[in-house]
Design a binder for this molecule. Structure first.
Ligand SMILES: Cc1cc2nc3c(=O)[nH]c(=O)nc-3n(C[C@H](O)[C@H](O)[C@H](O)COP(=O)(O)O)c2cc1C
Length: 275
């Protein structure tokens, strides 16, 4: 089994990198071949929004401009992924979102080569409760590509290397690396019954929706405890649903746009002329 570790931090030998490497060591002990990269060593340009990857069932047509497709190819050559990200302003650094936006080729365009592969998400934050978006954003990256999350957690450390003082978190990272090889999972406390994440928004006064997968539940407080009674389970990130999304929602928007484009051109004129 080949396991790839990706650190989203630019800090060489910083907290994220150390924890990703600890997880890789756990995987290596169980016989895996391991590789490691820092995302910030690569150039990732923003998505141009052309959706050629979806329409033409291809990789990004700008693949020779930067390294985004190179990274997706590397991910796809491996059997499992350890993704580590620091928290920057409550969530992941922009470079991971930039890579994600360039990933529609690997969500649908060329197929789903990572479907069903195990992954671990390790988030790092400096201050407790200042990291709400980190794991959900990492989950969106992994789930949208088809990965199955076998473990996820946040480690706390401010200065580079400070996580090393936390023996429990080092053990957890090491164990996560073993889990990925053994194929077991679900050691983390799952909240959403569909995707396992724990970020919700109210869609009316007593209904919450999972921000990551769209499952819905009634929210109530019973004896001071929060309860969510799930009444709608959404499988947004399963292969069939992802494919249906692209084929039912995205592809039909192309002929619709082409039909309307002359009218749009007319309506757009005033914005081009005035500013
Ligand atoms: C630009 C920037 C923004 C940050 N924002 C947050 C934050 O919102 N919440 C938090 O807990 N830590 C925040 N941190 C702290 C980092 O998450 C923390 O130092 C972490 O250990 C960095 O991991 P690294 O050593 O792998 O780079 C921020 C750090 C930087 C540089």
């Amino acid at each position: 089994m080949k396991v790839l570790g990706i650190s989203v931090s630019a800090r060489r030998f910083g907290n994220t990198e150390l924890l990703v490497k600890e997880a890789l060591m756990g995987a290596w002990e169980r016989g895996a071949e391991i590789n490691f990269i820092r995302l910030t060593d690569y150039r990732i340009d923003p998505c141009e929004g052309c959706i050629n990857c979806v329409i033409k069932h291809s990789e990004c047509i700008f693949s020779d401009r930067d390294d985004a497709m190179k990274i997706y190819r590397l991910i796809s050559e491996h059997d499992a992924l350890v993704l580590g990200s620091p928290t920057y302003i409550l969530g992941v650094p922009g470079i991971l979102k930039m890579l994600l936006d360039r990933g529609m080729a690997y969500m649908y365009g060329i197929g789903r080569p990572n479907s069903g592969k195990p992954a671990v998400a390790i988030g790092v934050a400096g201050v407790k409760d200042w990291e709400a978006f980190t794991l959900p954003q990492m989950a969106v990256f992994l789930l949208s590509l088809g990965f199955r999350i076998v473990d996820q957690f946040i480690a706390y450390g401010q200065g580079p290397g400070e996580v090393l003082f936390d023996e429990d978190v080092i053990k957890r990272a090491h164990q996560a690396g073993r889990l990925i090889v053994e194929g077991e999972g679900a050691v983390y406390e799952k909240v959403c019954p569909s995707c396992g994440q724990n970020m919700f928004r109210f869609v009316d006064k007593d209904t919450v929706e999972c921000a990551v997968c769209g499952s819905k539940g009634r929210f109530e407080v019973v004896d001071g405890e929060i309860k969510i009674n799930w009444f709608y389970i959404e499988r947004r990130w399963e292969d069939r649903e992802v494919i249906e999304h692209f084929e039912g929602k995205i592809l039909p928007s192309v002929p619709r746009f082409l039909k309307n484009r002359h009218r749009i051109k007319e309506l757009r004129k005033k914005y081009l002329e005035k500013i």
